[in-house]
Every structure is written in C-alpha cells, then in structure tokens.
Design a protein around this ligand. Structure first.
Ligand SMILES: Cc1ncc(COP(=O)(O)O)c(C=O)c1O
Length: 463
C-alpha cells in the first residue's frame, strides 16, 4: 500500500482495514480468510456494503443509534454551518448550539435542569458516578459512596462503568474493578423461575424489594445512588414488570438515594416517549443519554441533573474544591449540539414519537405472530421501536437457546439483507435474545421485511 488509494478502490479499502483497523467487539481471526464488512453508504432505513449489497437496518446503526435514519441533509447542513462558524471551544465556556439544545432538552424533561456535555455514553455515566462520589464527600463525610447497579444492565466500556456492569461475560478479563459498586438482581419476569423466592403474583414489587434488601444489607447510609436502565438494552431488552418502577421510586425516596437513569439507548424517542423513564412516572436525579441524541451524526452525550443536584456543587463557594472539577475535551465540540437540535426538530416535524408508538405496536404484533409459529421464540417484549425476542431450546422449561444458534439467525438475516442484533458474549448461557431497534421512521413495509427475514431464519436454523 502506498497510501494513495481513492475511496472507489474498494479492494484496497478492505486491505487497509484488514491490515490496520481493530474492530469493536470482534474476533479478528476470521478476517484472515474472509473480508471484513465495510459499510459504505446509508439512506433512510437502508445501508449498502462494499459489494453494493443493500441491507435494511433493524438496529439503527448496529447499536441502536441512528434514530432518525441515514442521509439526513438537514443535520449535515446544520453541523457544517456550525463548524464553519465555530467548531470548538473548551466547555468552561458556553456555545450557541449548546445553550439552545440545553433549553430545548430540558423543556422535554420536566423536573430536570442542567446539562453536562461529553462525548459518549460511558463518559456520561462516569460523570454521574463522579457527581455521586463528590456529593458523598461533601454531604455525608464520604460515607454514602456506593452505587448500586442491576444484573444484566450495561453502562459502558470504561473500567468504572464496567464496575457498574451487570453482564458477567462482558466484564470477564478486565478486572479488578474499583470498589463501591454493588449489584442488585434483575427484573426479567420471564426468568423469575431462576430467582429464589420470586412469587407468582406481583413480581414487579418483589423485584424492586430485592433492591431494598441489598440497600439494607449494605447499610442505607452507605448507598449514594441507584443506576438503572429504564428498559434494559444489551442485557436482553428487558421491559420492567408492573409495579416495579413505582416501588423503586419509593425506595430511593425512603433511603435518600439518588436515582440515576441511563437513557443512553432509550433516550430521545426510542421507546415512543422522549425518554424511557417517562413511561413510568419516575422522578430521576441524574439522567444520562448519548446514542440517539444526535442519531450518530456527531458524538455527543449529556449528563442531565436536577437543580437540587446542581446546587450541591455551588452551595459552599468558600471551599476551593467544591465545584464539579471535571472536564471532557470533546464536550466542547459544537457539532454535537448543532446535530442534536436538528435531530430533535426532525422528530417533532415528522411526528416520529407517534410513528414509534404505532410501528412499535405493529412490530410487537408481528413478532408475537411469529411466536405462535416457532416454538423457539419463548417471549417477545419491548416498548416502542425497541423490541426483543428471547429464543429458547425448550419452551416449557425456558432453557435458553445456545448462542451459536442465535448467532446463526442473525447471520441468516444478514444473508437476506436484513441487519438485526442479538445479545452476545454478555450473559453466560443467556445470550439468547434477538434485538430490534429500527429507526423511528420505520414503515409497515420495512417491518414486514424485517419480520419475514426473521421468520425464514428461525425456520432454517431451528427447523
Ligand atoms: C445502556 C447503555 N449505557 C451506556 C452505554 C455506553 O455508551 P458508549 O458506547 O457511547 O460509551 C451503552 C452502549 O451500548 C448502553 O447500551
């Protein structure tokens, strides 16, 4: 390679990728004999690979991100205009798009007040953890420092967010992790038979009470925050059982525990409301978001807090270390908020929340119809255009399907030109949920195409 290839010379692009790019979440051995996939172009719900093959994307960029779909010129133009005017200035200063986006965002989040910008979901969560730790130092003599997280939830790939990660396989080989992160049990009703003492009735309240149990074991005066996904994403698209969130909220209030809601996946429309927590009447103290904030047109994340949390960082100006002494260089990039403003405007202009609710209900119905046809589908669940289908080896015992077969369904769909996702190498023995999060612009025809591919794939893989 002499470095002088042009983008149309695909074989040289593939060669450069094979030689130098380290792909995310990928074992590279197979690339010695097969080509890595290069995604070249996207428009609406569809992407094209290096061979010109068209795929409908049922997972919004592979990782539930491209909420408004590909090829949005209005976002590209907003970003371009802003970059020419001012591309960057460190976040100690404000910016025009940062101010405008913050005001618009907070208008969608009654009860919330302040927006802290950074550039990834992991970072947004770490900022939240740092706030909790600093509040513990300032207010509680360092005692209320523990952060509770839930089995099967995921909050990022950094060491501290993995310490708060409830996915054993994801975390394998990366320890030791820092102290002060404590796991609470999951709330997946479909698998309650695996949880000691889970009742037939009122499972949601019981599952929330398991959190209280951990708080009492740890000592309520040592627990600073509870960090949860409103609907668990990579841990298996887990919608909360009835009564769960009401009880979680009560518990947090009773024990003076900050509620940190991770909206990195659910945020900005995915579940049919602006934020997932808004389905459940939750009053969070900290909300984090990233992927859908600008639909992948620019890197941006936000850690949003109540005014009460913010106030704690300025109530004693005589202490020189009192304020939030944190920075994220790329939180000062203006492309993020410029893209986010237009992203939100598109969702409003095109009524995409309504579409998400309507198409989400349609997709849930269509997937449920597949469940009647294929014994391998144990359960279908979801909220809005955020859905999962849990595959089983035996419907009666709910024994999970083996990961290899789940992977074969994903691969078969890919062959058919349909990109779907699945829990993978995250939960020992439980990487058995197919994941769907098409862009919020999905139509019935798009969904029919996706569901037909899944139907064919499950039929071929499971017989
Ligand atoms: C719920 C949740 N939180 C946090 C993250 C981490 O986001 P990022 O990869 O942008 O750091 C992810 C990523 O998938 C996620 O699903």
């Amino acid at each position: 390679m002499d470095g002088t290839f042009n983008e149309n010379d695909i074989s040289r692009i593939v060669e450069a990728d094979r030689a130098h790019v380290w792909h995310h979440l990928s074992q590279h051995k197979p690339y010695e004999t097969t080509d890595p996939r290069i995604i070249v172009e996207g428009k609406g719900m569809r992407v094209w690979d290096q061979h010109g093959k068209e795929h409908i994307d049922a997972v919004a960029g592979g990782v539930w991100t491209v909420n408004v779909g590909y090829g949005r010129e209005s976002i590209a133009n907003a970003v371009r205009d802003q970059l020419i005017k001012l591309n960057f200035f460190g976040g100690t200063a404000g910016s025009i798009p940062g101010s405008i986006f913050s005001e618009q965002l907070i208008a969608k989040m009654p009860g919330m007040s302040r927006v802290y910008f950074a550039s990834s979901g992991s970072e947004a969560n770490e900022k939240g953890f740092k706030m909790v730790r600093q509040i513990a130092q300032k207010r509680y003599g360092g005692k209320k420092y523990k952060i509770l997280y839930r089995e099967r939830d995921y909050h990022g790939g950094t060491i501290a967010t993995m310490a708060a990660g409830g996915q054993e396989e994801r975390n394998a080989h990366y320890g030791p992790f820092p102290d002060g992160f404590v796991m609470v049990p999951h709330c997946l009703e479909y698998r309650k038979h695996e949880q000691d003492g889970a009742p037939d009735e009122n499972y949601g309240v019981w599952a929330a009470n398991q959190i209280e149990k951990v708080i009492l074991e740890e000592g309520p005066d040592t627990v600073g925050a509870l960090c949860l996904e409103p609907v668990t994403a990579g841990g298996g698209v887990i919608t909360p059982p009835d009564g769960y969130w009401e009880r979680v909220q009560e518990i947090c209030t009773q024990y003076n525990i900050l509620l940190h809601i991770d909206e990195v996946v659910c945020g900005v429309g995915r579940t049919g409301t602006w934020f997932g927590y808004q389905h459940y009447g939750i009053k969070p103290d900290i909300v984090t978001m990233a992927k859908g904030v600008a639909s992948g047109y620019a890197a941006i994340s936000c850690t949003v807090t109540t005014e009460a949390v913010f106030e704690m960082f300025k109530d004693d100006a005589s202490d020189p270390l009192n304020y939030f002494r944190d920075i994220s260089t790329f939180g000062g990039c203006t492309a993020g908020p410029a893209a986010a403003i237009e992203n939100m405007a598109i969702i409003e202009r095109e009524n995409l929340l309504d579409n998400t609710n309507a198409m989400g209900a349609y997709m849930l119905d269509q997937l449920s119809a597949l469940q009647d046809k294929h014994a391998a589908i144990g359960q279908v669940r979801g909220k809005g255009l955020f859905l999962g289908a849990e595959l089983v080896a035996d419907r009666t015992t709910r024994e999970p399907a083996v990961e290899k077969m789940v992977g074969a369904v994903v691969a078969d769909c890919m062959q058919q030109g349909v990109v779907i996702g699945a829990t993978n190498r995250s939960l020992p023995g439980k990487n058995n949920t197919l994941c769907f999060s098409p862009a919020l612009i999905a139509t019935k025809d798009d969904i029919d195409q996706i569901v037909a591919a899944v139907d064919g794939a499950i039929g071929r893989v499971f017989g």
